[in-house]
Write a protein that binds this ligand. Structure first.
Ligand code: NAP
Length: 309
């Protein structure tokens, strides 16, 4: 039997979760007084697949860890961060709407979080909290898996929120020749550009507003949607359809049961596409490495995401 986790095929009360080759079996965690706790804070978080994704890898690796989802309202963020450290959590993920606000409640920041000004992963050690950002790593890995090398590429990032900041930072670090940040609120794009330039002296990073989006897309080869457009049925397309031809089109939004309309149209127009689910996978893989120091079971985590959405 695994140190942590029990195969439910031995458990009549358990639910079978197998599909295809039966790689993805639901694991019932055995939580004891020694179990290390990790989780995600956000608002809302009930839809999150991260608990199943992380717990599948913990079980597969025989790690005595358990991952839970915790809904934290914005006004409670500071108390929640202190509380998790005091309660002995090994770390936690941070999602909407806390990724930027949490900076002021942490003891320390890794450069992956400091440059973009956004945190998606916290490691707690000796009661001290250190913020990291693994979203950018997740994005670059998702491109690599799709056969896209960002070195020397001209990249347009649509959106200027927490995800855009982490992605733009990682794209510059990966050697992109230029990055355009395009946002419906141009002031926010300009603030992000100023912040990123501080961390990447000499890099070509510029802002653009809605009026210049079409031309900026024409001049860029890799187009990345980081706005929530595409999550809901009936959302407008985040990028003009005519500019998608022969581009690399990345959508960090993902949908249950299929591609976003942006990726479907891009594919029809001959673009290479990069799906947001793979970014979700690899940001989690890197977070788990930080908490456990053990190489996660990527395929167990991927199977959960494929099964769940
Ligand atoms: P955020 O900080 O709230 O930023 C959202 C950005 O989208 C802002 O720039 C905002 O523009 C823009 N935006 C929002 N609604 C828009 C609309 N109707 N039209 C045009 N622009 C709009 O959010 P975030 O943390 O960056 O996350 C953004 C999305 O990425 C979410 O859907 C999230 O689920 C997804 N995400 C996916 C992954 C993954 O692993 N695949 C990881 C992180 C995030 P303004 O500045 O003008 O408000």
């Amino acid at each position: 039997m695994l140190k942590f986790g029990r195969d439910v095929t031995d458990n009549p009360a358990g639910r079978e979760f197998s599909r295809g080759a039966g790689r993805c079996r639901e694991i019932q965690p055995e939580i004891t007084a020694k179990t290390s706790l990790v989780g995600v804070i956000g608002h809302p978080v009930a839809h999150s697949l991260s608990p199943q994704m992380h717990n599948a890898s913990f079980a597969s690796r025989g790690l005595d860890f358990a991952y839970v989802a915790m809904d934290v309202a914005p006004e409670d963020l500071g108390e929640a961060v202190r509380g998790l450290a005091v309660l002995g959590f090994a770390g936690f993920n941070v999602t909407i709407p806390h990724k930027e606000e949490i900076l002021r409640f942490l003891d320390d920041l890794d450069e992956s979080a400091e440059r973009p000004g956004a945190v998606n992963t916290v490691v707690v050690e000796g009661g001290r909290t250190r913020g990291y950002n693994t979203d950018g790593f997740g994005f670059v890995e998702s491109c690599r898996e799709a056969g896209v090398d960002l070195a020397g590429e001209s990249v347009l990032v649509l959106g200027a929120g927490g995800a855009a900041a982490a992605i733009a930072d990682a794209v510059v670090s990966a050697g992109a020749s230029s990055v355009v940040i395009a946002n419906r609120t141009p002031e926010r794009a300009e603030i992000l550009v100023r912040r990123l330039r501080k961390g990447h002296a000499g890099a070509k990073i510029v802002a653009c507003g809605a009026d210049d989006l079409y031309d900026a897309c024409r001049r860029s080869r890799v187009l990345v949607n980081t706005t929530p457009l595409g999550m809901r049925q009936g959302d407008p397309m985040p990028l003009p359809e005519e500019v998608l031809e022969d581009r690399v089109v990345c959508d960090i939004v993902y949908r249950r049961g299929g591609e976003t309309p942006l990726l479907s149209v891009a594919r029809e127009r001959g673009a290479a596409v990069v799906d947001g689910r793979t970014m979700l996978l690899y940001q989690g893989v890197e977070a788990q490495r930080l908490w456990t120091g053990v190489e996660p079971d990527v395929e167990a985590m991927r199977a959960v995401l494929e099964e769940g959405g």
